[in-house]
Design a protein around this ligand. Structure first.
Ligand SMILES: Cc1cc2nc3c(=O)[nH]c(=O)nc-3n(C[C@H](O)[C@H](O)[C@H](O)COP(=O)(O)O)c2cc1C
Length: 180
């Protein structure tokens, strides 16, 4: 099994990345193949809503913008499962998460095209400040993931108070992802 994790914090060794790594540790412990992608290191332009708002991706399947989007889209397509971990900014997903997921939703959710339908996803929202907004951010992340066709394996809100026990739990989630 191949699992790709995307973390959308600018801090490559921060809380969000550590949560994504915890899942991948569990996956690797069960013999799975893992890859961690730091979304903020990639060039990702915002969707310009081309073609009068409908998007050329709707008819042509590919985005007209040239950057790292298509390669990451293909990487998810080649994986069996996706882990998506975002820091909570203003009770919502991070900017880079929204830019990427907005474009992925554009390109993947028209007609009968459901490239991700057989894949499982784990969503993680890391609210390392007051802890407020973790569930709201996760609610928005769930909407993206379901709309993209993923089967939700787990949705995990994490705060400063819960992070110590959630880290262990996420490793267990990674193990179960491979076993089940
Ligand atoms: C612009 C900004 C907005 C934030 N908004 C929230 C928030 O609404 N709720 C919260 O608990 N933490 C908030 N935080 C704290 C982040 O959630 C926290 O820094 C994050 O979990 C740390 O993840 P990292 O170490 O991966 O960067 C905010 C941080 C920034 C920079």
């Amino acid at each position: 099994m191949k699992v790709v994790a995307i973390q959308s914090s600018p801090n490559l060794d921060g809380l969000t990345a550590s949560l994504a790594r915890a899942v991948l540790k569990g996956v690797a412990a069960e013999g799975g193949e893992t890859e961690l992608v730091h979304l903020n290191r990639l060039e990702l332009k915002p969707c310009i809503a081309c073609d009068g708002g409908w998007g050329k991706c709707r008819s042509e399947g590919v985005c007209i913008l040239e950057d790292d989007f298509q390669a990451l889209r293909e990487k998810i397509g080649e994986a069996d499962a996706l882990v998506f971990a975002t820091p909570v900014y203003w009770h919502d997903l991070s900017e880079s998460a929204k830019v990427f997921l907005d474009r992925l939703r554009r390109c993947e959710t028209h007609g009968d095209f459901k490239a991700f339908a057989s894949k499982r996803a784990i969503g993680i929202a890391s609210a390392g400040g007051s802890g407020r907004g973790a569930v709201r951010a996760l609610y928005n992340l769930e909407d993206y993931l379901r709309r993209l066709g993923f089967e939700i394996f787990d949705l995990v809100p994490v705060t400063r108070v819960s992070k110590d026990h959630k880290l262990g739990m996420l490793e267990h989630v990674g193990r179960r992802l491979v076993r089940s």
